[in-house]
Design a protein around this ligand. Structure first.
Ligand code: GAR
Length: 193
């Protein structure tokens, strides 16, 4: 059985969708892997509670106290590699990763971003989509490369922008689709391994 390690910083709803997919006996595209650990850079990340309740090992590695980004990423890599992951999944992990970390997991490191990349890399994607007058928004699963939010696109989902939308209502509509495409993208990548 292959292992997945999921990195979170907050609510962890994408992580939860992947844990649930791994739990399914008859998942349409069986994940064929177990979520071996959920790692957070924040001790109060709500997603840690869900992971523990579902019997998934949790680790907290707070970035404060590390002298540099590279030092934190090296420690993070050591924590992750204890679980021997086939795939490492960034699920709302709000850290920029150093090139050495990204290279170590090349081809097996996925991220989900709440926009239709290449539009709106970075933060505040939903407000920026509204400000730009977009009629559609969405989310993207992509392979992670050294450049932020720029790696090869794996999956996308599109939602309409509706009259009266706020960043919050649009984010909620997009998030529903994130929970559909992310488990599928993880399953597809695992099936190639
Ligand atoms: C998701 O919308 C995800 O796309 C976004 O953070 C949210 C995490 O939600 N990620 C980024 O903005 C990464 N740059 P979750 O913790 O409930 O999965």
């Amino acid at each position: 059985m292959k292992n997945i390690v999921i990195l979170i910083s907050g609510g962890g709803s994408n992580m939860a969708a992947i844990v649930r997919a791994a739990e399914q006996q008859h998942w349409g595209q069986r994940l064929g892997a177990r979520v071996a650990a959920v790692v957070s850079n924040k001790a109060d990340a709500k997603g840690l509670v869900f992971a523990r309740e579902h019997g998934v090992a949790t680790e907290v590695l707070e970035h404060q106290g590390f002298a540099s980004r590279e030092a934190f990423d090296t420690a993070l890599q050591q924590v992750i590699d204890r679980y021997d992951p086939a795939v490492v999944v960034l699920a709302g992990f709000m850290r920029i990763l150093s090139p050495g970390f990204v290279a170590h997991y090349a081809g097996r490191l996925l991220n989900i971003h709440p926009s239709l990349l290449p539009a709106f890399t970075g933060l505040h994607t939903h407000q920026r989509a509204l400000d730009a007058g977009c009629k559609f928004a969405g989310c993207t699963v992509h392979q992670v490369t050294a450049e932020l939010d720029v790696g090869p696109i794996v999956e996308q989902a599109v939602v309409p922008v509706l009259p009266g939308d706020t960043a919050a209502t649009l984010a909620a509509r997009v998030l529903t689709q994130e929970h559909v495409i992310y488990p599928r993208a993880v399953a597809n990548l695992l099936s190639t391994m």
